[in-house]
Design a protein around this ligand. Structure first.
Ligand code: NAD
Length: 259
């Protein structure tokens, strides 16, 4: 009899991860590949995406692909999905993770700055979910996982992140809506809401770097998270051991929002 760990393997499945070149996306792409899925690294930064794709090929036996895509551009997203289907034959797992953060006080924010965050974090996740969803509806199933944030549930403090917080709350509600629309077609849609994680987004941001000590002191665990700490939930949601899991949000934040 096949045990639960074997059942969780993703051998033969085809996946993509947006924002997969670095940070959380890269860590998730490694996990999916280690579990046996062929993985396309989708990113606007094609050089880094290619580097990540070859690193994964060296680490594992799976096929990888790097696809340059700006997730805010509908035509590029459409082309991305076509390229992946052409190379891999199908899409079983769509991890829509690309996102940015701008720390600007609300009173000073321009419409263009507001729009940029909403375009990438919300519209980009909708466009990629929609394009992958259409492929999955034809196939008769698939798993879409969208990266939200604990900022969908609490307001980050003291950094001013009005557009970020709003975009991430909307990602959860949008994903739940898709989960319900597509529930009977075997297409599942879930979100992961990470707490503070050590990635380029946080560690290399001049505004955020000085705040890390403060976040650590506010965290019940006394530290921020590591991208690897999201790998197991990603594999679980991607595979066949979670057929009853759809329309759910998974907060992985070291109890930060539990306070
Ligand atoms: P990161 O900055 O390290 O990586 C983001 C990747 O997305 C980069 O490779 C970048 O090139 C790519 N990207 C940006 N805009 C894009 C676009 N328009 N099209 C395609 N690719 C694009 O960020 P990260 O920390 O790994 O964050 C990944 C996701 O996790 C984001 O959605 C972020 O909001 C979310 N998140 C991060 C944290 C954290 O503390 N780091 C916490 C909660 C949620």
């Amino acid at each position: 009899m096949m045990g639960i760990i074997e059942k969780m393997r993703l051998d033969g499945k085809k996946a993509y991860v947006t924002g997969g070149a670095r940070g959380i996306g890269k860590s998730i792409a490694i996990a999916l590949a280690e579990a046996g899925a062929d993985v396309a690294i989708v990113d606007v930064d094609i050089k880094e995406a290619e580097k990540t794709a070859s690193e994964i090929s060296e680490l594992t036996a799976v096929k990888t692909l790097a696809v340059k895509t700006d997730v805010t551009k509908e035509d590029e997203v459409q082309k991305m999905v076509e390229t992946i289907v052409k190379h891999f034959g199908k899409i079983d797992i769509a991890f829509n993770n690309a996102g940015i953060c701008l720390n600007i006080p609300a009173a000073e924010m321009t419409l263009a700055q507001w729009q940029k965050v909403i375009d990438i974090n919300l519209t980009g996740v909708f466009l990629t979910s929609q394009a992958a969803g259409k492929v999955m509806l034809k196939q008769g199933g698939g798993s879409i996982i969208n990266t939200a944030s604990m900022s969908a549930h609490i307001v980050n403090y003291p950094q001013p992140q009005v557009s970020y917080n709003a975009s991430k709350a909307a990602v959860i509600q949008m994903s739940k809506s898709l989960a319900i629309e597509w529930a009977k077609s075997g297409v599942r849609v879930n979100t992961i809401s990470p707490g503070y994680m050590g990635t380029e987004l946080t560690l290399n941001s001049p505004e955020l770097k000085p705040l890390i000590q403060q976040w650590e002191s506010m965290s019940p665990l006394g530290r921020i998270g590591r991208p690897e700490e999201l790998q197991a939930i990603a594999v679980y949601l991607a595979g066949d051991t979670s057929p009853f899991t759809t329309g759910s949000d998974f907060v992985i934040d070291g109890a930060f929002t539990a306070i």
